[in-house]
Design a protein around this ligand. Structure first.
Ligand SMILES: NC(=O)C1=CN([C@@H]2O[C@H](COP(=O)(O)OP(=O)(O)OC[C@H]3O[C@@H](n4cnc5c(N)ncnc54)[C@H](OP(=O)(O)O)[C@@H]3O)[C@@H](O)[C@H]2O)C=CC1
Ligand SMILES: Nc1nc(=O)c2c([nH]1)NC[C@@H]1CN(c3ccc(C(=O)N[C@@H](CCC(=O)O)C(=O)O)cc3)C=[N+]21
Ligand SMILES: [Mg+2]
Length: 283
């Protein structure tokens, strides 16, 4: 293996120590940061994720509330819960777990969250702030990727970054953050004609597709930094990313594993966003 590992668990542990200290300081001022997580439906994977989020928050001394609702919940009922959380002074961050059941309009639900409590960074006000360089919440997954690059002291200025995937929650905000750090950014997607021709030029590759082996060793320039956002299952049912880790680690300079890479960093940045929301309220 030539690549060095960027360990999302280890970096999360470091960052969460700082979060815990700031939570303690805020509590001394009489404010306990609070996160509300709303899950609709009984997707077992989602249930595990939201429980992990709530537990991670509690580990740092934050207050957190988990609401689970049946799939039969109406959109109007969900909007009423979001509104209640918007008006609850003990709550500084609201996360509605995606995907929502098909009978709901997810965008409408997201826009109902007060931008001051949009710790996921999915609201159009948050997206607009990121796009224009104004203060606002950054989506946790690409934000976590930026922290991983920062942790290895990586200078993005003038580098070519290739982002594979253009979703509103990962690919697009990832591209904006890299651009803000003066990288030259290419965004690839399902209609990209020659993905390999793009990735071979990249100093940094972020894979955020949701398909195994989207990125293989022959597609990577030696020494490149490879960040793997994907969350998939392999034939043995084990968690794996979008990157052929075994192959790519022989070519890349740096690589993130799955599990233990971007995933834990997503949760860490959710905590950071919630903490900062509470700090803003306390100021
Ligand atoms: N680690 C973490 O914390 C998180 C992980 N994830 C995981 O990251 C992955 C991506 O999530 P998300 O962005 O929500 O997914 P989406 O399904 O919303 O987006 C996937 C993107 O990949 C593109 N794509 C699909 N096939 C190809 C291909 N063959 N070549 C190039 N691009 C392709 C799609 O293109 P098009 O737009 O043209 O359809 C789309 O832009 C998933 O595995 C998800 O589970 C997501 C969030 C957090
Ligand atoms: N409103 C909303 N916000 C989200 O941030 C959001 C969402 N909806 N819907 C689903 C996706 C996915 N996502 C993950 C977060 C952490 C891990 C994570 O911690 N993964 C661990 C492994 C977990 C396991 O073992 O299953 C790891 O990679 O090491 C994974 C996926 C957040 N999402
Ligand atoms: Mg998606």
């Amino acid at each position: 293996m030539t690549a060095q590992l960027i360990d999302g668990n280890a970096l999360s542990k470091q960052l969460r120590t700082d979060v815990a200290a700031r939570v303690t300081a805020l509590k001394a001022k009489g404010v306990t940061p609070g996160l509300a997580v709303i899950l609709v439906g009984d997707n077992p994977a989602s249930q595990v994720y939201v429980r992990n989020k709530v537990k991670a928050c509690e580990d740092t001394g934050m207050h957190s509330v988990l609401e689970t609702w049946p799939t039969t919940m109406t959109e109007a009922e969900l909007l009423a819960r979001v509104d209640a959380m918007n008006n609850d002074a003990s709550i500084h961050g609201i996360l509605v777990q995606l995907p929502l059941p098909a009978h709901m309009n997810a965008q409408r639900v997201i826009e109902a969250i007060s931008p001051e409590k949009d710790v996921d960074g999915f609201h159009i006000a948050s997206a607009g702030a990121l796009m224009t360089g104004l203060p606002g919440f950054w989506p946790c997954t690409p934000y976590g990727c930026m922290k991983m690059l920062e942790s290895i002291g990586y200078e993005l200025k003038g580098k070519h970054a290739v982002v594979i995937g253009r979703s509103n929650i990962v690919g697009k905000p990832m591209a904006m953050m890299l651009l803000q750090q003066n990288a030259t950014v290419t965004i690839c997607h399902s209609a990209t004609k020659d993905l390999k021709a793009m990735t071979l030029q990249a100093d940094v590759i972020v894979a955020a597709v949701g398909k195994r082996n989207v990125l293989t060793a022959d597609m990577v320039k030696p020494g490149a930094v490879v960040l793997d956002v994907g969350m998939n299952r392999n034939d043995e049912g084990k968690l794996c990313g979008d990157v052929d880790f075994a192959g790519v680690k022989e070519v890349a300079g740096w690589i993130t594993p799955v599990p233990g890479g971007v995933g834990p960093m997503t949760i860490t940045m959710l905590m950071v966003n919630t903490l900062e929301s509470a700090e803003r309220r306390a100021a």
